[in-house]
Ligand binder design. Sequence first.
Ligand code: ARG
Length: 279
Amino acid sequence: MVSVTQARAATGPSRVYLMCPPEHYTVTYAINPWMNPQVPVDTELAVKQWERLRETLGGLGHQVHLLPARSGLPDMVYAANGAFSVDATVYGARFTHAQRAAEADAHRDFYRELGWRFVQPTETNEGEGDLAYLPAAYGGTILAGYGFRTDPDAHRRVQETLGRPVVSLRLVDPYLYHLDTALAVLDDENVAYYPEAFSPASQRVLRQLFPDALLASRADALEFGLNLVSDGRNVVLSSEATGMAGKLAAAGYQPILVEFSELLKGGGSVKCCVAELRG
Ligand code: ARG
């Protein structure tokens, strides 16, 4: 494992991300199988771990915008769920659960201020939680998950809004309820995924599209080893995900591990906390 400074030299073009600090983060309700309001959460430690992630991305040469946290929205730290953008066009989120509904407005305000075209969603969708973009695969392809959160009707809307082919994939494991817990974009054209998180037909689609994909085990996925942020070379993931880190290194990527114990309690890891802004 190398330090962030050593890794920086090897970074590709820098990325632009959006993160929201976990100052109001806690687990008071359960909307996925990971969340248990009985298990205590150390919010101060969550803030420290989140800060370290932010510094790590900055240290790799990437730009990180901040979305101010709003009280009463403990899951707002999972900024990936707030929208999905390509070509400075943003398809807004519409959350499945009432507890998170108001987060969508905070994201909308951010993008409007940025001057990007914002499209108000009509169907339920949780942004980058269920939508992933591969710039070079077949001229720019969006992979879209459904089964637990995002309405498959939103997939068609995303294709019409962003003008990229959208491939719908059905998720079947309640612990891997968002696409970004079951599949990760590693570089412009390749992915890592855990096959059994998808329906048999969707597994077949994935095999056709990505014959050289990096395959993860269920253990890797349950350690949130697929909930990673990659710039095409450096891959940031939680320190629990040691098996996945080894597989990434063997495939030629540079894994960078961050402690993320507190935010895992909400059912999310590194990728859930980072939205990519594609201008
Ligand atoms: N507690 C949040 C929820 O259930 C976690 C969201 C995780 N985000 C993600 N992109 N997978 O909605």
